[in-house]
Design a binder for this molecule. Structure first.
Ligand SMILES: C[S@@+](CC[C@H](N)C(=O)[O-])C[C@H]1O[C@@H](n2cnc3c(N)ncnc32)[C@H](O)[C@@H]1O
Length: 230
């Protein structure tokens, strides 16, 4: 069988362009096994990891869900910083989960479980998570930001979402409160043009303490919120 594209080289080219060497989560880019079945981790995603690192003590015993985990990069990275915490990583794609499971082994972490799930379908509606982090597909079909590199080397269902890019974000917000502990936190990565709509939608769906976080280019790329006390 013919070999696929040289993903490792493309990946190195890609991250060399985007990632500062001195970032605390640099490991996210250097040591993850990747193939064409999972998203190439982006610098933007480090923002979400940073936000958690800045808010929660490393000794915390948290129950964390990385929803739409792809290569496992968010959950596995956090599992190393939070050895006393339990991390669940989930994805709808069995092929992506295979990549994530390889990375669990590669990184020798024992506090990470992986689950195949269409967003929350594989979970019981128990309010067990302290934190849910997600970098869902949020690019509109035909968006100019879909570069050739992405189209050629990454699965489109990892990037593209219906309803002008909002379909998956809204589905996640619709259900997240059912799986979070009271005052549990949701962190969502999204496109900078989506920030206002994400904020408004969270306000309608049992969340408050909404904060929006900028990337190094001063664009809002992550919104976090707490489940309201009920
Ligand atoms: C933008 S990628 C993010 C991957 C990884 N978390 C990262 O930051 O590099 C989105 C991920 O969501 C997964 N996904 C798409 N639709 C999903 C669904 N309905 N349920 C669960 N995961 C889904 C894709 O397979 C993909 O791995």
């Amino acid at each position: 069988m013919a070999e696929g594209p040289d993903i490792e080289n493309e990946y190195n080219n890609f991250t060399a362009l985007n990632t500062p060497d001195n970032h605390p989560a640099r490991d996210m880019h250097d040591t993850f096994y990747l193939d064409k079945n999972s998203l190439i981790p982006r610098q933007d995603t480090e923002l979400m990891v940073d936000l958690v690192l800045n808010q929660f003590d490393k000794k915390s015993k948290l129950n964390i869900l990385d929803l739409g985990t792809g290569s496992g990069v968010i959950g596995i990275t956090l599992s190393k910083f939070y050895p006393n915490s339990l991390i669940t990583i989930s994805d709808i794609s069995p092929k992506a989960l295979k990549v994530a499971n390889k990375n669990i082994k590669k990184h020798k972490v024992s506090n990470v479980n992986s689950i195949e799930s269409n967003w929350f379908s594989g979970f019981k509606e128990e309010k067990i998570f302290d934190l849910i982090l997600t970098n869902p597909p949020y690019i509109a079909k035909g968006d100019v930001h879909l570069t050739n590199l992405e189209i050629n080397y990454e699965p489109s269902n990892a990037l593209v979402s219906a309803n002008n890019g909002f379909s998956d974000i809204f589905k996640i917000i619709d259900s997240a409160a059912n799986f979070l502990k009271p005052q549990g936190k949701l962190f969502i990565e999204h496109g900078y043009t989506q920030a206002d709509k994400v904020k408004n939608y969270l306000q309608k769906k049992y969340f408050d303490a909404i904060k929006q976080h900028q990337d190094i280019n001063h664009k809002i790329r992550v919104t976090s919120a707490s489940k309201i006390k009920v």
